[in-house]
Ligand binder design. Structure first.
Ligand SMILES: NC(=O)C1=CN([C@@H]2O[C@H](COP(=O)(O)OP(=O)(O)OC[C@H]3O[C@@H](n4cnc5c(N)ncnc54)[C@H](O)[C@@H]3O)[C@@H](O)[C@H]2O)C=CC1
Ligand SMILES: O=C(O)[C@H]1O[C@H](OP(=O)(O)OP(=O)(O)OC[C@H]2O[C@@H](n3ccc(=O)[nH]c3=O)[C@H](O)[C@@H]2O)[C@H](O)[C@@H](O)[C@@H]1O
Length: 480
């Protein structure tokens, strides 16, 4: 029986391995992690991450051919194929701080493999890593070889949170990069055989190592670039009276452009887009390509601009005085159908409003109070470390309350900010909400989930990203 071990039981390691176990009953899959809490949760009824369809898959395989364990050494030493799916955060100190990837966790995983391996291994990069990481990993492994043959493959993951299981069941492509040597090609074939259990042959792409590593960074950069492009257009729409939904529809009808990923928003969030673009920027700088670095950096600059623009719009509309006023935040996760808050635009918006001394009341159907408070006290990039190693600021956030109900969050508020596109925000009784708010009652829709005209009829002053402005807002200057 082929044995797979995955180091890192997070948003990628957990779902990916669960699907491999489901689709390959003849393979034993063990997911290991240094976080005892995470492994305990994977072995319980309350999985550590919320992902539609995941529970079903885990329940079918756990204890059959899918296992979660903290006994890293044992399972690495027994495995034929080792996936490494650990954190690759942005560096916060030293050379490349604020841009380069911190490969501490990756390196410690590689050293662990080198230490405990007693037989040949295929080591698969599942984490998103800088181009040429495989070379560094090869060096670490080769140094401790003890006569063992290690083959490194790059097999980046393209799943998106909230749709992870469907993305894994029906991937657009599976990408496997390896060395162009007989050993490298054999390793590619071995991994290809695993995926062939459910992925059609023509969707499995094989390349050299560097193409696979770079393709992952490039794919995320292209996706994020689309959002920054439509968000840049959203600012122009507000300035001119155009409607970004209509513009995006018209632009996306061109089959060369396509309709997906053109929703204007308060900004993109998630653990990867910003991190991976900054990483790409750093690689460009290191390779003497400052113009290319500058080009990609703009994607992040526009994203920051969009978040700042939103906060400024809120503050300016409310007479430039939000101090002491209650503002309700509907949605804290970085997108719907996940409880993940990593790099969510809600953090920047809340911090911006708190900077102006607003009182904020937050409701999100999947994010806990503890998580929200951690997020609002943590320094930039500190969130991207194993949970038990995350540095915490001791100060509490006094101006923030967290509720489990949208009606409670909005009661007595002067304004509402919708920051995640949860479906339930479309169905709320906005008349009831309006009646319980201070007047004038403002609603700032950062996800374009409500119909602004209907809300204006109720009496709200409405701001929707990239939509023609309410008469109230038209002449208020907003400086981002
Ligand atoms: N979250 C996502 O949707 C996607 C993430 N990725 C990439 O996959 C990688 C992992 O991301 P996530 O799963 O989201 O991170 P995560 O933070 O959810 O999971 C990483 C896990 O690795 C564990 N870990 C760290 N060092 C370890 C070690 N030496 N030994 C054992 N366990 C260790 C941590 O405790 C943590 O549970 C990152 O490089 C990310 O860029 C790629 C595609 C999608
Ligand atoms: O490398 C990764 O981590 C993953 O990053 C993204 O997946 P994810 O971040 O989970 O979610 P997306 O659906 O891409 O959304 C990212 C952010 O962009 C925002 N977004 C997305 C689409 C859009 O049209 N507008 C928009 O503002 C979302 O609300 C969210 O905040 C990519 O879609 C995945 O292919 C990739 O594997």
């Amino acid at each position: 029986m082929v044995k797979i071990c995955c180091i890192g039981a997070g948003y990628v390691g957990g779902p990916t391995m669960a699907v491999i176990a489901l689709k390959c009953p003849s393979i034993e899959v063990v997911v290991v992690d240094i976080s005892v809490a995470r492994i305990t949760a994977w072995n319980s009824d309350q999985l550590p991450i919320y992902e539609p369809g995941l529970e079903d898959v885990v329940k079918k395989c756990r204890g059959v051919n899918l296992f979660f364990s903290t006994d890293t050494e044992k399972h690495i030493s027994e495995a034929d194929i080792i996936f490494v799916s650990v954190n690759t955060p942005t560096k916060t100190r030293g050379i490349g701080a604020g841009k380069a990837a911190n490969l501490t966790y990756w390196e410690s995983a590689a050293r662990m493999i080198a230490d405990v391996a007693k037989s040949d291994k295929i080591v698969v990069e599942k984490s998103t890593v800088p181009v040429k990481t495989a070379e560094a990993i090869e060096k670490i492994l080769a140094h401790n070889r003890k006569g063992i043959n290690f083959q490194i493959l790059s097999n980046p993951e393209f799943l998106a949170e909230g749709t992870a299981i469907q993305d894994l069941f029906y991937p657009d492509r599976v990408l496997i990069g390896g060395r162009e040597t007989p050993g490298g090609q054999k390793a590619i074939e071995t991994l290809k055989k695993v995926y062939s259990n459910w992925v059609p042959e023509d969707r499995i792409i094989t390349t050299n190592l560097w193409s696979a590593e770079l393709s992952k960074l490039a794919a995320n950069a292209f996706l994020a670039q689309r959002i920054s492009s439509v968000n840049a257009i959203s600012a122009m729409c507000e300035a001119t009276g155009a409607d970004v939904t209509e513009v995006a529809y018209a632009v996306g009808k061109d089959t060369r452009i396509g309709p997906k990923f053109l929703n204007a928003s308060v900004g993109f969030g998630g653990s990867c887009f910003q991190k991976d673009i900054l990483n790409l920027v750093y690689i460009c700088e290191c390779n003497g390509l400052p113009e290319v670095a500058h080009y990609w950096k703009q994607v992040v600059t526009i994203n920051d601009y969009q978040k700042t623009r939103f906060v400024n719009r809120v503050v300016a509309s409310m007479f430039n005085a939000v101090s002491g006023k209650k503002i309700a935040i509907l949605g804290f996760a970085f997108k719907k159908d996940t409880g993940d808050t990593r790099e969510t635009p809600a953090i920047d918006v809340c911090k911006g409003l708190l900077g102006d001394k607003a009182k904020i009341s937050i409701y999100d159907p999947q994010v806990t109070e503890d998580q929200i408070k951690r997020d609002l006290t943590m320094n930039k990039f500190d969130w991207d470390h194993p949970i038990h190693l995350q540095p915490m600021s001791p100060s509490a956030v006094k101006q923030v309350t967290v509720t489990w109900d949208a009606y409670e969050a909005t009661k007595g508020a002067h304004g509402i900010c919708i920051l995640t596109e949860w479906d339930e925000f479309k169905q709320l009784d906005y008349k009831k909400i309006y009646d319980n708010m201070q007047k004038p009652a403002f609603l700032f829709d950062g996800r374009n989930v409500v119909d602004p005209e209907k809300l204006r009829e109720i009496g709200f002053i409405v701001y929707s990203i990239g939509k023609p402005l309410d008469a109230w807002l038209k002449h208020i200057p907003v400086v981002a």
